[in-house]
Design a protein around this ligand. Structure first.
Ligand code: AKB
Length: 317
């Protein structure tokens, strides 16, 4: 087992790289990103995934056997530069698929998203097989990614698997450029005792997932026997809440949290996504079962961020 991760310093990458090092070993993981921001306890390389030659060389020289391709531009940032986003999200995934094919790497993980769905899916618990009508360039690139994954699986006998992540909530690092980022930012403001300005309306409900559950789902999916896999992309979610609901939950611990609602262009994106997902196929096929609901996730986030704050204060004292 030799795993290559692209986008290792992103929100998901930071937690997933640690988890894969713990599950396998530090010699089994090669963490890469466009810029190295920190260190992992494994080989860490600067790698531009838009460069097929460079990617191919890393896959070949490290005798990679699995690739987790996490590098991408997220929904809100993507709308600022649609063509560039399409180009980057697709060219990097193509390069990963090609580097995998050329080096006989069968297993590839591609992070899809709730953004594959459109406004027609909004007011219901959206099933795995609901029509995919994305309205953002990010969503279009995720639908295309799932389709290309399917193509490589059929044409070249590869085993590319995708999870449709909802908003991910974690204390380890910040997300960047997404529509669901507010659900992480609110915790940082609350812990610092500051007011929070929310760019979504208070009643905008979206599916969400705590990072520990996201990691568990990713590893479970990739570990599942091939015969258990019935589709290329799986819905998953841990909870569904609105800004008002999460603020209320945080106030049970930090009563003085004040939230001001000032919706911007991200409101329209949020309104084009499902309120909640039906993740039955993931549960049936590979035993997906989230552990964190809104209450447990909130307690855990506040506890972890408070610990971080104390450690920093201690280190700077
Ligand atoms: C985003 O908000 O763009 C992402 C996502 C839901 O895929 N977090």
């Amino acid at each position: 087992m030799k795993i290559l991760i692209t986008g290792a310093f992103g929100q998901l990458g930071t937690a997933l790289t640690e988890a894969l090092i713990n599950k396998y070993s530090n010699n089994s993981v090669v963490a890469t990103d466009l810029h190295i921001r920190d260190t992992f306890d494994c080989e860490t390389l600067e790698l531009d995934a838009t460069n097929l030659e460079a990617l191919d060389e890393v896959v070949r020289t490290h005798q990679i056997t699995q690739i987790y391709h996490l590098a991408a531009v997220l929904s809100a940032k993507g709308e600022l530069e649609p063509l560039k986003t399409w180009d980057l999200n697709n060219s990097t995934f193509f390069n990963v698929l090609e580097a995998a094919r050329l080096n006989d790497v069968r297993k590839v993980f591609f992070p899809s998203s709730i953004a594959v769905f459109g406004a027609d899916a909004r007011n219901q618990i959206t099933s795995n097989d609901f029509p995919l009508n994305p309205t953002t360039v990010y969503g279009i690139s995720k639908v295309a990614g799932e389709q290309w994954a399917n193509y490589y699986n059929i044409k070249y006998g590869m085993d590319v698997r995708c999870l449709r992540y909802p908003g991910l909530i974690s204390y380890q690092s910040f997300p960047g450029g997404g529509t669901t980022d507010y659900a992480v930012d609110i915790f940082h403001k609350a812990i610092k005792g500051e007011d929070f300005e929310c760019y979504l309306r208070k009643d905008t409900q979206l599916p969400m997932l705590y990072m520990d559950d996201a990691i568990d789902a990713t590893i479970r999916l990739m570990d599942a026997p091939k015969k258990a896999i019935t589709r290329v992309g799986y819905n998953i979610q841990g909870m569904s809440f609105s800004p008002e609901m999460i603020a209320e939950e945080i106030r049970k611990n930090i009563p003085k949290l004040t939230v001001v609602y000032n919706p911007d262009n991200r409101q329209k994106i949020a309104e084009s996504w499902p309120v909640a997902l039906d993740d039955t196929p993931a549960r049936m096929d590979w035993g997906w079962e989230p552990e964190y609901d809104l209450k447990r996730m909130t307690e855990e986030m506040l506890y972890r961020l408070d610990q971080k704050k104390r450690t920093n204060a201690f280190m700077h004292a």
